[in-house]
Design a protein. Structure first.
Length: 364
């Protein structure tokens, strides 16, 4: 199994970059069904990348694990700065903004509900100790070479688990010595519990977050698109639920919207059903009104798309609803798509978002 996206280089980035220059890597996650077979990957160049995953997981788990695996793989060279490219606002905000407050609150949000993916977050908190990392958001599926390469490998890992196979793990770092690359996640999490309550300094977000060495907290400069990422307290504490919800929710819903158009999901009726609200209304590109049962009978017509949708707007009618307006490449040409997702209830793997309304309008 060879991932498709493979930017070529004349020499390894690990070999050519000086010790004082940041090592640039992309980290990405993927889930088929979300939750479903899931994968993660980080990528520097053709000679330096790693991938893995689980038979059952979420996209957000993959996003966090990709960053954690990169930190673990470079733990034997802590003096080397990292510049980590992510297309997930959720992953960036967890690490650079919300985690300090969650940690102070015993890994609970301000509404006292437990934080999801705590094991990965604790391991990340430990792995960040003493590291200099810069996080930069990049738009996914937009032709960014490193991001596309990481995405292809994460998706290949998820597909391997879907087919009951082990994924291709990749070469890792040139040394190939994972024993020197850092402690496993379980050991890192244990170290985190013994560490100081103050997260490690050096946690930075490119042009958005800087490390306050005196306080050891992430300070936000405010250049994040607040309509997507939500507000954040200047002391690095977790904002209240009304402000944090948009960032995580929009990431989840956008991932679900993209997954809904992929053929793998259409071939698994039970997984597809979990994405659809019982009262789903589907307005076809010809203006016909159909129900959930019709959409399930004709998933290719209802949901197929040649590429992931291009997001145009995201609206929050209420805390439990997200309206996505996007441009999609349907089977019969380009169209404008409106998708209303509603939170149907919390499950073991997080909020149960379901598609309530889908309307396609041909684009002239």
């Amino acid at each position: 199994m060879t991932p498709e996206a493979s930017p070529t280089r004349s020499a390894s980035a690990v070999e050519t970059a000086g010790e004082g220059r940041p090592l640039v890597a992309a980290a990405d996650g993927s889930a088929l069904g979300n939750p479903g077979p899931a994968g993660w990957a980080w990528y520097v160049d053709e000679d330096t990348w790693e991938a893995g995953g689980w038979p059952h997981g979420t996209n957000n788990m993959g996003e966090l694990k990709a960053v954690l695996a990169l930190l673990e793989a470079t733990a034997d060279r802590p003096e080397r700065p990292l510049r980590i490219l992510c297309d997930s606002q959720y992953a960036i905000n967890c690490i650079t903004r919300w985690m300090p407050g969650w940690k102070r609150n015993g890994w609970r949000k301000k509404d006292r509900k437990p934080v999801l993916n705590r094991d990965l977050l604790e391991a990340l908190d430990a792995a960040m100790q003493g590291r200099r990392c810069e996080f930069e958001w990049v738009k996914g599926h937009a032709g960014h070479a490193l991001n596309e390469a990481a995405d292809a490998r994460a998706r290949a890992a998820a597909t391997a688990y879907q087919r009951g196979r082990e994924p291709e793990r990749g070469p890792g770092f040139p040394s190939g010595d994972r024993a020197r690359a850092g402690a496993p996640a379980s050991q890192a999490a244990a170290s985190a519990r013994d560490a100081s309550a103050t997260p490690g300094s050096g946690l930075t977000r490119s042009q958005e977050t800087r490390a306050d060495a005196s306080a050891g907290t992430a300070v936000v400069d405010g250049s994040v698109d607040t309509a997507v990422a939500g507000g954040t307290a200047a002391d690095g504490s977790a904002p209240d639920a009304a402000r944090t919800a948009p960032a995580a929710d929009l990431d989840v819903v956008r991932d679900l919207e993209a997954a809904l158009g992929r053929p793998q999901l259409h071939q698994d009726p039970q997984a597809l059903e979990r994405h659809l609200h019982p009262d789903l209304t589907w307005v076809t590109r010809r203006g016909r009104v159909a129900d959930r049962e019709t959409a399930l009978r004709y998933p290719q017509q209802a949901f197929a798309q040649d590429t992931d949708p291009e997001p145009l707007r995201a609206l929050r009618p209420d805390p439990d609803s997200v309206l996505l307006i996007s441009r999609a490449a349907g089977r019969r040409g380009p169209l404008l798509r409106s998708s209303l997702w509603t939170r149907a209830g919390a499950g073991q793997d997080g909020p149960g978002w379901r598609l309530l309304l889908r309307q396609d309008t041909p684009e002239d």
